[in-house]
Design a protein around this ligand. Structure first.
Ligand code: AMP
Length: 213
């Protein structure tokens, strides 16, 4: 099964991808997470990506297309995968088509800009393993400490309010046109991203059942 999650930054793509991937025993491929790992490790790729990410801009298409090509060639992607945060531009979607990768379903998680801005202030992630949390919606058992690995929680540098606003602008301008791209191909479904995490997952699973028949 090949799924794609579209949606504004903070719409809940990563949260839903994690749960749905577990339910279906397939990996989640997140270009954002791959780039953050590269930045943490200080690789050439990480150094190149950092200035774009910190400013709330997109990393150039050729860079992310290269990353995704390598990642999708790995063994664990053979039975399917979830794409979280890729593609983010029409040229990236075209690159996926050129790789002969046909998505079964593209799920757009819909949340208004106002709700996104409110949500982002509570968003946290583990500085060690990258697991994601929210102070209100996905709290850890011990405040500030990752449930998975015991690492310290941090706020992403690009989650500061002014960067969130520019990321939303980038989303509307460059990523939202992908809804038309996949709608024209009969692949797009919309899901209300303002419901509870559990209800959104249930809604997504219902859409998947419809596709699987
Ligand atoms: P995310 O974790 O998906 O919110 O991604 C964090 C940041 O990484 C984005 O704001 C972009 O700067 C960069 N990024 C992630 N995925 C892509 C992509 N497919 N194309 C370009 N930049 C990306």
């Amino acid at each position: 099964m090949k799924l794609m999650f579209l949606g504004a930054p903070g719409a809940g793509k990563g949260t839903q991808a994690e749960v749905v991937a577990k339910n279906h025993s397939i990996p989640t491929i997140s270009t954002g997470a791959l780039l953050r790992t590269a930045m943490k490790e200080g690789t050439e790729l990480g150094i190149k990506a950092k200035s774009f990410i910190d400013a709330g801009n997109l990393v150039p298409d050729d860079v992310v297309i290269g990353i995704i090509k390598e990642r999708l060639a790995e063994d664990d992607c053979k039975n399917g995968f979830i794409l979280d945060g890729f593609p983010r531009t029409v040229p990236q979607a075209e690159a996926l088509d050129a790789m002969n990768i046909n998505m079964d379903l593209v799920i757009s998680i819909e949340v208004s800009d106002e709700a996104i801005i409110k949500r982002m202030s509570g968003r946290r992630l583990c500085g060690e393993c990258g697991a994601s949390y929210h102070t209100v919606y996905i709290p850890t058992k011990v405040e500030g400490i990752c449930d998975v690995c015991g690492g310290k929680l941090i706020m992403r540098a690009d989650d500061k309010p002014e960067t969130v606003i520019s990321r939303l602008g980038v989303y509307h301008e460059q990523t939202e046109p992908l809804k038309d791209y996949y709608s024209a191909r009969g692949k797009l479904v919309l899901v209300d991203g303002t419901d509870t995490i559990e209800n959104i997952t249930a809604e997504i699973e219902k859409k998947l059942e419809a596709v699987e028949g």
